[in-house]
Write a protein that binds this ligand. Structure first.
Ligand code: TYD
Ligand code: MG
Length: 474
């Protein structure tokens, strides 16, 4: 090798580093190992990972970019814990109580909230409601940035919903640089970006909606929110897969992540706080859909249990706990002879694997086999239940359907079922029972470990420790 030429190349390269960074140099970065490549490829040459190369900004980040640098870079200092001044985060209520609940009390200055959900579920409607609602109370500026619909469409929808639009400040724009420049001047207290997938930065050459664009645009918006104390709402579509270019990649960048979790066909809209730096996670906000937009539901347990009063087989009411409140929901099961060699196990609102496990436990420890039956389980009202307290109600509902024997609508249940057929206690047992008593339930089949120390008025407790006891109890 020619030593002189090599040296010259090294010199040239190192010089280049300190001068300007050419834009197209190392424009792709492996999301797995971090290696940078100048060309896109299906496989990372450094670590061998497939489909992991994403467009990245050239390093270092340009100095003159206002929002490109890291916030507070200049005056950062190391402090001892005692020196840190702790300020109570103050929540400002929006007036929409169920929304305030999932936000952890209301809006927090400088916070960024991601509102995700399927297209058409009601993201734009809710955000528009929030902005026009806030207008009623304070005179400050609120900015609605639409990248999806025209200004006319936004106004028409607001009028249809009967919202006061007179003071609504609107912007139809998709370039993040322009949005931030205008917002800098307008100084809104609350800004809505609808939707984040339409926003792009001119610093990247790729099309809007891609992971790199969405992530980089969000990073700039987040920095703006933190520096100015603006409350920022980002609407984001979730694709069926939920992963690609969807809001999922943004979850770690924002303070609060809210998802619409009900089906588009449901009468209700359930919003869950999946992440919240300012409040409890898994908190649910429950709304009813109306022509006038989303209306908060005063007493969710009552709404979830509406029925025609007829007791039908396969239906059991459970007390679940979502976030910080108990909620009564109906679990339905349908067990029917299967024409398939491999019978179906289908769940809506529950984990499918859990159902398969419960059926195995029921067969082994309850003596009830469902080998040749299709089993469908559904949680009424569109709530998704992730906690194990649903185990016992699911088992009872399956039994009830299998034997075609209705369970009383005054009977309540909750509890975890273990693989050995044992019934395990779940957290907040007493609180669940009180909610049930409040709604007139008379009997409760629950884990022995959850039996309250003092009797609850009007509620007969049937404590169980093994699955076969529960089977006998109904
Ligand atoms: P929209 O807010 O546009 O959904 P997204 O922004 O999530 O895609 O809502 C879809 C349509 O449903 C819209 O035309 C308004 C209507 N809608 C109501 O009429 N009432 C409601 O309570 C909600 C949530 C929506
Ligand atoms: Mg929308």
């Amino acid at each position: 090798m020619n030593g002189g030429r090599l040296k010259a190349t090294i010199k040239r390269q190192s010089n280049r580093q300190f001068l300007t960074m050419p834009k197209e140099k190392h424009a792709y970065q492996c999301q797995s190992c971090g290696a940078r490549h100048s060309k896109w490829a299906g496989q990372c040459g450094a670590c061998g990972e497939w489909n992991s190369l994403l467009e990245a900004l050239p390093v270092p980040v340009a100095k003159d970019d206002r929002y490109g640098g890291y916030a507070g870079n200049e005056d950062s200092a190391i402090l001892s814990a005692a020196e840190v001044t702790v300020q109570e985060t103050s929540h400002e209520a929006t007036g929409i109580r169920e929304l305030d609940r999932v936000l952890g009390g209301g809006l927090v200055a400088g916070s960024v909230v991601l509102l995700g959900g399927d297209p058409g579920i009601g993201k734009s409607t809710l955000l528009l409601q929030v902005l026009t609602r806030l207008h009623d109370s304070a005179g400050a500026a609120f900015l609605y940035v639409t990248g999806e619909e025209s200004l006319e469409q936004v106004i028409l929808r607001a009028q249809r919903l009967g919202l006061a639009t007179d003071e609504l400040r609107l912007l139809a724009e998709t370039r993040v640089e322009q949005i931030l420049a205008l917002a800098q001047r307008e100084k809104p207290r609350v800004m809505v970006i609808d939707s984040i997938q339409t926003i792009y930065t001119e610093a990247l050459g790729s099309a809007p909606g891609g992971v790199a664009q969405v992530r980089e645009s969000t990073a700039r918006l987040v920095r703006f929110a933190k520096q100015t104390g603006t409350v920022l709402f980002l609407a984001g579509h979730v694709t069926k897969e939920g992963a690609l270019a969807g809001p999922r990649v943004l979850e770690h960048m924002v303070d609060t992540v809210l998802y619409f979790e009900s089906e588009a066909s449901s009468r209700f809209r359930v919003i869950r706080a999946v992440k919240n730096r300012f409040g409890a996670v898994n908190e649910l906000g429950i709304f009813a859909m109306t022509e006038k937009g989303l209306r908060e539901v005063e007493n969710p347990s009552e709404i979830m249990l509406v029925s025609d009063g007829v007791e039908t087989a396969g239906s059991v009411i459970m007390a679940t706990r979502q976030g910080t409140r108990p909620l009564l929901v109906e679990v339905q099961a349908l067990v029917d002879d299967s024409a398939l060699g491999n019978p179906r196990r289908v769940t809506v609102g529950l984990e499918q694997k859990r159902l398969a496990m419960l059926l195995a436990v029921l067969s082994r420890h309850g003596g009830v086999a469902s080998l040749h039956q299709d089993v469908f389980v559904n949680v009424v009202g569109g709530v998704r239940i992730g906690e194990t307290a649903a185990d016992l109600p699911v088992v009872l509902a399956v039994l009830s359907s299998l034997r075609d024997r209705p369970v009383s609508r005054k009977l309540l249940s909750f509890g975890e079922v273990g693989l050995a057929g044992e019934i395990r206690p779940v957290p907040y047992g007493e609180e669940r029972l009180r909610e049930a008593a409040k709604h007139g339930f008379q009997r409760a089949v629950i884990p022995r470990g959850n039996a309250p120390r003092r009797a609850i008025k009007g509620l007969e407790i049937i404590p169980v420790t093994r699955l076969h006891e529960a089977v006998a109890a109904i």
